[in-house]
Structure formats: structure tokens, C-alpha cells
Design a protein around this ligand. Structure first.
Ligand SMILES: CC(C)(COP(=O)(O)OP(=O)(O)OC[C@H]1O[C@@H](n2cnc3c(N)ncnc32)[C@H](O)[C@@H]1OP(=O)(O)O)[C@@H](O)C(=O)NCCC(=O)NCCS
Length: 149
């Protein structure tokens, strides 16, 4: 599958909302992504194939840390390295920007995502009780240290 990694552009938001609905029980809305477009802390990349967004990844850059807000790939485009390309792009941004740490939350039952993050050097460091709803579930906190000292 051929795809390119691009910066978030408003024209991709409708595709992103569809992917959210496909993937999550509490999907982000059009307005949530539109807010991210004007949020100066937000760093987003989208994967584009045949002029459609097939995946995206977002992070909030706060001082010297990055909080991953979401990463998702549409069903039909999975296992083609789309999320890997999005993560590599974000890690390049993080290193260039001098981020010391990246972190995220993930449902404890989401083994595919946990394996994906582990592959990219994230480790489980804690949990948040009942962090998720519908169904209620604890979240793992995963972090990756980029710079020590
Ligand atoms: C997690 C997700 C983003 C991975 O996207 P993807 O584009 O399919 O991932 P990649 O093709 O880059 O896969 C990279 C690696 O992740 C792991 N992985 C991805 N999908 C997997 C699966 N179904 N089973 C086991 N391992 C998997 C593998 O190690 C894979 O490497 P490999 O293909 O060489 O074996 C995708 O499954 C998804 O959108 N899931 C739903 C949304 C979600 O749960 N997001 C995370 C919220 S915290």
C-alpha cells in the first residue's frame, strides 16, 4: 500500500472522525480535531493514501514532554506499516525538539496497541484506575525516555 505522511490539514478531519468511530467507543468529534488545528501545543501527522486519510497520530508538546493523544489506522490499512511511519515521524520530531519523555494511556485489554508501543520502546510504568468508560477499564500508563539527565 502506498501512502505519504503529511501534516494535519482540515480537509482530512472528516476521514479522521470516521476512523475514530471505527476504533473507539468514545470517538473524538469533528470539533475536537478542529480545536487541535489551532492548538499551539498539538503536533499531528496524517497518513494519506489515494487522497484519503487512512491513519493519524497526535501529541501534545508541553515544555519538554510529549503526551500522545491518539493514534489510529483504518481497518483496511492495518499491518502495512502506517502506524510505524507515523510513530517514526513523531519520534524524529521529539528528538529534534529535545523532548525528554513521551507518554500515553492505553486500555489494559488493547494488546495490539500495547505490543505496538513496546516495539517502539515504550514501557508500562503505572496505571490509571477506571480511566476508560464504555466499558469501564483501567488504563496502562506507558512512557519512553528520550533524554536522561
Ligand atoms: C495499533 C494500530 C494503530 C497499529 O497500526 P498499524 O498501521 O496496523 O501498525 P503497523 O503496521 O505499523 O504495525 C507495527 C507493529 O505493531 C504490531 N502490531 C500491529 N498490529 C498487530 C496485530 N493485529 N497483532 C499483533 N501485533 C500487531 C506488530 O509488532 C507490527 O509489526 P509487524 O507488522 O512487523 O509484525 C492499529 O491496530 C489501530 O488503529 N488500532 C485501533 C486504534 C487503537 O487501538 N489505537 C491505540 C489507542 S491507545
Amino acid at each position: 500500500m502506498r501512502f505519504t505522511i503529511e501534516q494535519l490539514d482540515g480537509r482530512y478531519i472528516p476521514d479522521m472522525v470516521e476512523i475514530e468511530k471505527e476504533c473507539f467507543s468514545a470517538p473524538w468529534s469533528y470539533e475536537s480535531f478542529a480545536q487541535e488545528l489551532v492548538n499551539r501545543m498539538a503536533v499531528y501527522s496524517v497518513a494519506v493514501s489515494d487522497k484519503r486519510c487512512v491513519g493519524y497520530m497526535g501529541m501534545h508538546h508541553i515544555i519538554d514532554e510529549g503526551y500522545i493523544t491518539n493514534i489510529a489506522v483504518t481497518n483496511g490499512a492495518r499491518r502495512h506499516g502506517v502506524a510505524t511511519a507515523l510513530m517514526e515521524q513523531m519520534l524524529t520530531y521529539a528528538r529534534k525538539s529535545g523532548l525528554r519523555m513521551m507518554s500515553l494511556e492505553v486500555r489494559q485489554s488493547n494488546q495490539v496497541a500495547i505490543d505496538f508501543y513496546r516495539k517502539h520502546g515504550f514501557e508500562i510504568v503505572g496505571f490509571r484506575k477506571n480511566y476508560y468508560t464504555n466499558p469501564t477499564e483501567d488504563g496502562h500508563i506507558m512512557t519512553k525516555i528520550l533524554l536522561n539527565g
